[in-house]
Design a binder for this molecule. Structure first.
Ligand code: ZN
Length: 371
């Protein structure tokens, strides 16, 4: 038995072959976020034989995850296992020949560089733009391809970011993947300069999500990662790919001119605001109140529409609003002792009562308020 035997069907593909397989085995992928997208990405890459996988996620497995998060089962829910731990254990059973590093942690500007050490590709399994911009900063500064993905309701988007060498901190990329300036793409901030206002975007927890819609986006992301890691840069999908599996629509938006046309703070001006922590949201534990305050990085340009956020949240508890704030209690989110309460102000600031853990509060904010 050779170590390549299990990959026989993949090696048969002429664009992969034995050489491509050996490249995969020698490569390292970082998957940030291990929810719906992240579990599919990690599953696909472990089976494909990516030699080292690093997974980072701050959350635990919940019953409502099982509808779409393919690496988890009911025993993970019963035992309240962290997602990264459960995924790591499952992936090692799927492929014991690869190395899996699973970290239960909040991926942020303080630890991003450490977790990305040695990574050849950064894979987005995230639910918020702040952390996506952090990955994007890291990709551009260090020369690591970044595969963006996002899915909600019945559709989603995906795009490969091959950073331009202009802003790279060192002459050679940190990734083992090689590409030319001509092959480079705009970065995520060339396409989406700012995060959508808090509460303006649908999230899987407010608008719902169809399992196969997520699978489709994650499959697109995983395919691009395999192309990158096998040296098939010329085969990449270079568009902003979007699909709605319910409406039967697929789009490939040509974004190739977005870098030259814009004034991107990241890949044109070289300001890595998210990596520097300058643009991070702040969380403060409110001493003695069993609550955490979340202050978004930049105040919202216009006040949040508290009425529409209250409507979106109505499936999850009782929420009321006046001109100054939205307040309510979740019926389906448990805190340290009893249900979690949310107070949200028009500038995006929130107080989440029922926990003293900043990571837990950020998870709840990303899920139910969004961004
Ligand atoms: Zn850019």
């Amino acid at each position: 038995m050779s170590e390549l035997d299990r990959y026989h069907r993949q090696i048969l593909l002429p664009r992969i072959g034995e050489e491509g397989q050996r490249r995969l085995l020698a490569s390292h992928a970082l998957v940030v976020g291990c929810g719906a997208l992240g579990t599919v990405l990690a599953d696909a890459l472990a089976r494909a034989g990516v030699g080292t996988l690093t997974i980072v996620d701050r959350d635990t497995v919940e019953l409502t995850n099982l509808q779409r998060q393919v690496l988890f089962d009911e025993s993970d829910v019963r035992e309240t296992i962290p997602k990264a731990t459960a995924a790591g254990a499952k992936l090692r059973r799927i492929n014991s020949a690869i190395t899996v590093h699973a970290h239960v942690d909040d991926f942020n500007h303080r630890n991003a560089e450490r977790y990305a050490q040695g990574a050849d590709v950064l894979l987005d399994g995230l639910d918020n733009f702040e952390t996506r911009y952090l990955l994007n900063d890291l990709a551009v500064r260090d020369g690591i391809p970044y595969v963006y993905g996002g899915a909600v309701a019945t559709g989603g988007m995906s795009m490969v970011i091959l950073p331009h060498p202009d802003r790279r901190a060192s002459p050679e990329p940190r990734s083992r993947v090689r590409w030319t300036a001509e092959q480079s793409t705009p970065c995520l901030r060339c396409i989406f300069p700012d995060a959508p206002p808090a509460g303006s975007m649908a999230t899987c927890d407010t608008a719902g999500v169809l399992g196969p819609a997520v699978l489709t986006i994650a499959a697109h992301q995983a395919t691009q990662a395999i192309k990158l890691l096998t040296g098939n840069v010329d085969a990449l999908d270079r568009s902003l790919y979007s699909i709605d599996v319910w409406e039967n629509t697929t789009r490939r938006l040509d974004v190739s001119g977005a870098r030259d046309a814009g004034t991107c703070p990241c890949c044109v001006s070289g300001r890595f605001e998210f990596l520097a922590g300058e643009a991070s949201s702040a969380t403060t534990s409110l001493c003695g109140r069993n609550a955490v305050q979340i202050t978004p990085a930049s105040g919202e340009a216009s006040p949040l529409d508290l009425a529409s956020i209250a409507t979106k949240l109505s499936a999850h508890g009782t929420f009321t609003h006046n001109g100054y704030l939205l307040h309510g209690r979740f019926s389906d989110v448990q805190g340290d002792s009893g249900p979690v309460e949310l107070t949200l102000f028009p500038d995006g600031r929130a107080i989440i009562k029922g926990t003293t853990e900043p990571e837990r509060a950020r998870t709840i904010y990303a899920k139910y308020v969004g961004s």
